[in-house]
Structures are given as C-alpha cells and as structure tokens.
Design a protein around this ligand. Structure first.
Ligand code: KG4
Ligand code: ZN
Length: 348
C-alpha cells in the first residue's frame, strides 16, 4: 500500500510517499520545505506570507517528488486538515482534494496533533511491531501551537488529561527569543544558548503545585521580560543565563507534570512529540526519569520532531489499519474544508 501525504498547517510545506509492505513502513519520498528564513525577520510566522509561499511551493514539490509516474501506484491521499493556520491548511487541502478527485483516489483528513503522536511509530520499529505492549501510552505533545498531555489507550483512542491554559511551550521559547532579538524559530536558538548558561534566574514554575495536569507559560514569559527590563543592557553571558534559567523552568514543569500523570494512571510507556521534542535537555531529562522508573520512553527521530508529512502519512495508515477513519471518496471529498481549531480530543 502507498499513501501520499501533504502537510501545510503552518510554515512548512511537506510531502511524503509512504510505502507499507508486510507491516513495515518505508518512505519512498519525503521532503520538507521550510519557510523559517522568510519569517525570521518578523520574529514569527506571518499567515498571509506563509499562505503565499505554500501556493508557490506545493506544485513544484508535487512535480519533483512524483515525477513522470504521477499518482500511479498510490492507493490513498492524506492531508493535514487542522489544527493550524486556516490559510496555510487551505492550500494543502485544496491540492489534496484536486489530486484525489481528478484521479479518483480516496482522501483521508488527518489531525496534525495525531501526526505528531505517530512520528514515534515512524521512528521506532519496536512500536510498529508491538504497539499493544505500549498502551496505554502517555503522550506529551510539545509544539509551537500545543502543549497537551494525552492518554492514548489504543490506536485512535485518546483521553485529554491536560493542556496549556495560555501559550504553548514552543510559542514561549519563540517569544523569549524575540525579546532578546535572537531570531526565529526561537526554540533551537534558546536551547543552544542555554547549554552555555547557568541557572542564575529564579523563574517561576507555573502551575506546578496545582493538582491538575494543565500548563501555563505566559507568566513565565512575563517573568523573563521583567528580568530583561530590570537588567537593561544584556551581554552574551546574560543571554545564556536567561535562556538556561527559562529552559530549566520549562523542563521542570513539563517533566514533573508528566510524571504526576503516571502516579495516577496506569501507563505502559511515555512518548513525546512536536517541535519542542527536539530539545535535548527536555528529552534527555524525561528519558532519564523513565529509565529510573523502568518505563519505556519514546521520542521521535530529530528530523520527525518538526512538521513533516511522513507523520501524517503514518497516522493515516494506522487509522486505515484500525478502521478508525472516515475515508472521503468522489464528490464527498470536495466538501472537506480546513478546521483550524480541530481538537483531537475534547474530553477531560
Ligand atoms: O511542531 P512544530 O514544528 O510546529 C507546530 O506544530 O507548532 O513546532 C515548532 C516549535 C517552535 O516553537 C520551535 O521554536 C520549537 O518547536 N522548537 C524547539 C526546539 N526546536 C524547535 N523548542 C525548544 N528547543 C528546541 N530544540
Ligand atoms: Zn506541528
């Protein structure tokens, strides 16, 4: 079976051709075009510019990756339908709908967060082989738009345990970077500087003492802003120390809240997903805690932490395999539209 997937929910245009043969997954094509350098000068993603760039990129990406074979040998199309920037989502969806309808192929709409979850299946053969062994899995989603703790009871069965009440963790990294004019996306830059810094600033650990599993990062971000204002001019060492102290606060909250779930729920593995899953300190710290508790820990391979279409194709495969998906066909698929606030799970 072959699945062609498109992802365009934010500022990455991505395409993947996933082949599934005898239960194992392989990527015949996988390309991500990142617009980060274009948005860099604004310190964040400008939706109108992102959409325009998707328009320019999507057809060349399709042509380059499909070549003369076009859609020959492809059984399904999958596309990110939400959550994300509505104008960005619209471009991927329009391309996928056009391709599916004109080639009489079925189309599978995929939730972006579910894609981030399945980036772990894409990265670990052991999960593909023995999924059941690792359910219920506790998933910590840490991205530019989301921070969620999800209990995954089985393929396609989720329970939302907690989420951010304000900023997402990646967003907080980006905003802290912007305050110091470090560049965009801020996460990788902040984490690099943090490596050289020390825990000099006693930043708050928001909501750590609350008994729930929710997060809040806007107060932490404001605390960084106040420290910067108080300091006035800052040198390289100050920047490194601020980044380090900020990252430490984030790390502690994320890890302690995740482990708290484990105290109250039966969990057979812990997984992370999303752009911030690339953060070495957060990843290694959680891996270490899991090791101490003798609980399997999974993180996506670095190249699948950020937005990509391979994770979307993988999620589509598992939805098909477990018959937990509405496959759109013929005229019906034309009604698919972006759902910028699509929540994977609503319940608590
Ligand atoms: O998953 P993603 O690519 O896009 C969304 O779905 O939002 O996540 C992007 C986010 C950005 O906020 C970026 O700064 C952050 O992931 N990020 C990091 C690191 N690498 C990327 N944050 C902290 N440390 C990193 N190493
Ligand atoms: Zn993402």
């Amino acid at each position: 079976m072959r699945i062609l997937a498109l992802e365009s929910s934010c500022d990455e245009t991505a395409i993947t051709l996933l082949k599934i043969s005898k239960g194992s997954l392989s990527l015949e094509k996988n390309q991500v075009y990142s617009q980060a350098n274009i948005h860099q000068k604004y310190g964040g993603v400008i939706p109108e510019i992102a959409a325009r760039k998707h328009v320019e990129t999507i057809i060349p990406l399709l042509e380059e990756n499909l070549g003369k074979k076009r859609l020959k040998g492809i059984d399904y199309l999958a596309v990110t339908s939400g959550p994300g920037l509505i104008t960005s989502l619209l471009l991927g969806i329009t391309a996928a709908k056009t391709l599916a309808y004109s080639n009489n192929l079925p189309l599978i709409p995929i939730n972006h967060i579910e894609g981030h979850i399945y980036s772990n299946w894409l990265s670990h053969k052991e999960l593909v082989k023995n999924s059941k062994k690792y359910f219920p899995a506790l998933i910590l989603i840490i991205s530019g738009g989301h921070t969620e703790l999800i209990l995954m009871k089985n393929h396609g069965e989720y329970q939302l345990l907690g989420q951010t009440v304000d900023d997402a963790v990646g967003e907080a990294f980006d905003k802290v970077a912007k305050m110091m004019n470090l560049g965009y996306p801020g996460g990788p830059i902040v984490s690099k500087l943090a490596e050289k810094g020390q825990n000099e600033y006693d930043f708050p650990r928001p909501m750590l003492k609350d008994g729930n599993y929710n997060f809040s990062f806007s107060g932490l971000k404001t605390a960084v802003l106040y420290s910067l204002e108080k300091k006035g001019r800052i040198n390289k060492k100050d920047k490194e120390n601020i980044c380090h102290s900020f990252q430490e606060a984030v790390r502690e909250v994320l890890i302690k809240k995740t482990l708290r779930v484990r105290e109250n729920y039966k969990v057979n593995s812990i997984m992370i997903g999303g752009g911030v899953a690339a953060n070495k300190q957060i990843k290694e710290s959680l891996a270490l805690e899991c090791q101490k508790l003798n609980i399997p820990f999974f993180a996506p391979t670095l190249k699948y932490t950020g937005d990509n279409a391979a994770m979307i194709a993988t999620a589509a495969y598992y939805k098909l395999k477990n018959k937990k998906v509405q496959v759109l066909k013929g005229a019906k698929l034309l009604s698919l539209s972006p759902n910028s606030n699509w929540q994977l799970v609503k319940n608590k």
